[in-house]
Write a protein that binds this ligand. Structure first.
Ligand code: FEO
Length: 424
């Protein structure tokens, strides 16, 4: 047979698929040399487990490899570390062929599973951190790692081999049939790119997941995409820890709340407003406000700044009934970071109608920021009184940041407590 399974540990096999032609994954991720959909089979004395499946188009390859290491009537366990279709495409057919198998999924995966299979009549067991399943001389232990990068995600640890089936965590879109990290080409770029686009928005969850993973003995990490990490597996865990650390934690005082103000100005009016907002915010003890002209900077460092900031303010003129493009460009770049629950606000000078401020506020609410203070709008050139309003606006924002504003404003975005989901 052409599609051979690959032994990765005693009685543990890679039974996944290579997709070298893929160039764009889930619309947003570029894949310079394709990807792999990694699935695995673990043989015990009394049962066989399949860990994840593959994208539907690659089901034939998956079954061809699986059939070389197990009979369908031996399969007692199917573990789904993550229900996204690139890992569950072959699941319905696998369940049909292996009727003895029971599914093991995270608690949060239950509703997704029913939606995926369009059935309520399913033989599954929801599992949490520390739960185990025994295959006879082989024990799978589950680690609940939500939001890495979906609510349902979990990792599965094969105790006897110190082998972590990590799902998307520690994965990357990199296709090389030699499979193992000490044999494939240099995939560091893909590893970092994958983290930045898939895991970065959930870095608090990454840190929580690492708290579970780091104490484990790790001889091998078998992710759901890209190379299998058998050479120095812990270095990849350490790299995740570095990537998930706050970027500026040595720069800003723990006590200071940071407010970053971005503006763009056609005739200097919105710029003068921005300076007044900054001055007002700085009047509040414990607030560190920074001002940036969007005409003078690259987007990427600003995204880093926003990730670390406690509050974000945008100043824009209104041109043809809209905020200006550099601001929308920056806002459209925020999918890679978490901005949920940060303070958001907008202001700007206008000539005719001044829609930019409310449009920006709507966008900020859409990104699940808190927008407790209505933005200041000024027609054309700000007067001294209007600049005073801007300073007051800045002080109000500073008070909200430091918790000194007694007035409690319920923002609709607070009703949605789960982070947004990226595709991976
Ligand atoms: Fe590889 Fe999130 O699916």
């Amino acid at each position: 047979m052409s599609e051979a399974p690959v032994s990765i540990a005693p009685d543990v096999f890679w039974i996944g698929a290579l997709d070298p032609q893929l160039r764009v994954f889930d619309v947003i991720l570029r894949t310079a040399n394709g990807t792999t959909y990694n699935a695995y089979c673990v043989r015990g004395e009394t049962g066989v487990a399949v860990i994840d499946t593959v994208k539907a188009e690659y089901a034939d390859t998956f079954f061809e490899r699986l059939e070389q290491v197990a009979r369908y009537d031996e399969i007692t366990v199917i573990v789904l570390n993550h229900l996204e279709p690139d890992h569950t495409g072959a699941l319905p057919e696998l369940m049909r062929r292996a009727p003895r198998a029971r599914l093991y999924i995270s608690v949060k995966a239950q509703t997704m599973l029913k939606g995926l299979l369009k059935s309520e009549d399913l033989a599954y067991t929801p599992v949490d951190t520390g739960d185990t399943v025994n295959l006879g001389g082989r024990t799978l232990t589950f680690l609940n790692t939500p939001f890495l990068h979906w609510p349902d995600t979990q990792c599965t640890y094969l105790n006897e081999e110190a082998l972590l089936f990590s799902g998307d965590v520690f994965g990357c879109h990199f296709c090389d049939g030699r499979l193992f990290n000490d044999r494939v080409g240099d995939f560091r770029f893909s590893f970092e790119y994958y983290y930045q686009h898939i895991m970065r928005p959930f870095r608090e969850h990454v840190r929580a997941g690492l708290d579970l993973i780091e104490p484990l003995r790790l001889d091998l990490i078998a992710p759901a995409h890209g190379p299998i990490l058998r050479d120095a597996p812990r270095s990849y865990v350490q790299r995740y820890r570095q990537l998930a650390a706050p970027l500026l934690h040595n720069e800003a005082s723990d006590r200071a709340k940071t407010l970053v103000i971005f503006y763009i100005s056609s005739y200097g009016n919105t710029a003068r407003m921005a300076q007044a907002v900054r001055d007002g915010a700085e009047e509040i003890d414990g607030v560190r406000a920074s001002l940036y002209d969007l005409q003078g900077g690259e987007v990427t460092p600003f995204v880093d700044l926003i990730e670390e900031a406690d509050g974000i303010v945008f100043g824009s003129p209104t041109i043809n009934g809209d905020a200006v493009k550099p601001i929308w460009d920056l806002l459209s770049s925020l999918a890679v970071v978490s901005v949920k629950d940060k303070l958001g606000a907008a202001f700007g000078s206008y000539g005719w109608t001044g829609e930019a401020v409310s449009m920006l506020e709507d966008r900020l609410r859409g990104l699940k920021l808190r927008v407790p203070v209505t933005g200041v709008r000024v027609k054309l050139i700000p007067t001294e009184e209007e600049l005073d309003q801007c300073r007051l606006f800045g002080r109000q924002l500073g008070k909200h940041l430091t918790g000194r504003n007694a007035r409690r404003v319920i923002d609709m975005s607070e009703l949605f407590k789960e982070p947004h989901h990226a595709q991976g």
